[in-house]
Design a protein around this ligand. Structure first.
Ligand SMILES: Nc1ncnc2c1ncn2[C@@H]1O[C@H](COP(=O)(O)OP(=O)(O)OP(=O)(O)O)[C@@H](O)[C@H]1O
Length: 339
């Protein structure tokens, strides 16, 4: 059984306006998050990502369906048991949600006091957490004296205070610049690898998915429309919404006006070659070279997820034998003739 398991989950909110329609935020979601993985949930605003995460830590109860975390059905628990389950789930937020009137130490001490941890153990645990997130010298600083990246590291330390087995990260890097984002992502990877904590990360940034996650689920209109290994989903997105997200990393195959513009600018014949396709690129280029045609890369891009490479490049091909060359390589798998 997966660590987090959702089965046919629906969540409908009462209308926000008098006489308005009920809001179906989640419409029949099945989701498995395995122990030890980093699972990204991607979707546009309003897709239902935050509601999904609030169901996982029992801040919301499903209208129907089951939510199981570590073998416990959350939708059947009483208030006291829910509090116990929540202690096993850490959460970090886009706006950090630190207490401004308390020092870093005080922010970390708060959840430990709530959990009834005695003072000596609190001291030990807070020092350990500060070292883990690289903020041992900031124990007595107040949040406003910290940079965004440091605040998020405090947020992560606080989420880890009670030794959770799951960390939920809701747009945890959206308020950060690219360098700080990299720093926070590398800390999250350390949380996963060194502590074995399962991480569910909500994001709309595909670069976060690419560099951090093992698996990804894409949400649209309250449903999970596509789910799988990050490399798989990036290389062969099935749904339109997934293609749009992946296209934020690698240009989409040109079509319509963009294709026309390429034709006008470069002339010749246009081919698109799938970089991770079954045909090796070498075979395509060798065949084109053997026909004596000239080849120019005019659009596209290549990206990497772990050891997998994905993307595509558009080639403009010129020369006397161009039609025969294009006909020959156009038959190869992973090659599409555009013009
Ligand atoms: N407590 C609530 N009461 C009524 N409607 C709600 C409530 N919470 C969420 N919704 C609605 O449910 C839908 C899904 O919202 P949700 O916040 O889960 O989406 P999201 O994908 O996280 O979006 P964002 O990226 O903007 O946070 C939206 O239409 C939202 O307005």
């Amino acid at each position: 059984m997966a660590l987090v398991e959702l089965r046919d989950v629906h969540k409908t909110f009462a209308p926000t306006k008098k006489g308005g329609a009920p809001i179906e935020a989640i419409r029949g979601v099945d989701l498995d998050v395995e122990a030890g993985e980093i699972h990204a949930i991607v979707g546009y605003s309003g897709a239902g990502k935050s509601t999904l995460v609030r169901l996982v830590n029992a801040l919301e109860q499903p209208t129907s369906g089951s939510v199981t975390v570590d073998g416990t059905r959350l939708d059947q628990l009483g208030e006291r048991d829910i509090r116990r389950v929540r202690q096993g789930i850490g959460m970090i937020f886009q706006q950090f949600n630190l207490m401004r009137s308390r020092t870093v130490w005080g922010n970390l001490e708060f959840p430990l006091k709530l959990a009834g941890v005695d003072q000596a153990e609190r001291q030990r645990r807070i020092s350990e957490l500060l070292h883990f997130v690289g903020l041992a010298d900031k124990a007595h600083a107040y949040p406003e004296q910290l940079s965004g990246g440091q605040k998020q590291r405090v947020g992560i330390a606080r989420a880890l205070a009670t030794n959770p087995s799951i960390l939920l990260a809701d747009e945890s890097t959206s308020a950060l610049d690219p360098d700080t984002t990299r720093e926070v992502l590398s800390l999250l990877r350390k949380v996963n690898e060194d502590l074995g904590i399962t991480i569910i990360v909500i994001t709309h940034e595909m670069d976060v998915v690419r560099t951090l996650a093992h698996r990804v689920s894409v949400m649209e209109h309250g449903r999970v429309v596509e789910s799988g290994d990050v490399a798989e989903v990036f290389a062969r997105p099935r749904e339109q919404v997934t293609r749009r997200f992946v296209a934020t990393l690698v240009d989409e195959v040109p079509q319509g006006a963009e294709l026309e513009a390429l034709r006008e600018r470069f002339g010749g014949r246009l081919l698109v070659v799938d970089v991770e396709g079954h045909t090796s690129q070498a075979e395509v280029f060798a065949a084109l070279a053997a026909r004596g045609v000239s080849v120019e890369v005019v659009q596209g891009g290549v990206n990497r997820v772990g050891s997998a490479v994905f993307g595509h490049v558009t080639l403009s091909v010129h020369g006397d034998d161009v039609d025969a060359a294009v006909a020959q390589v156009g038959r190869l798998e992973g090659v599409e003739v555009l013009a």
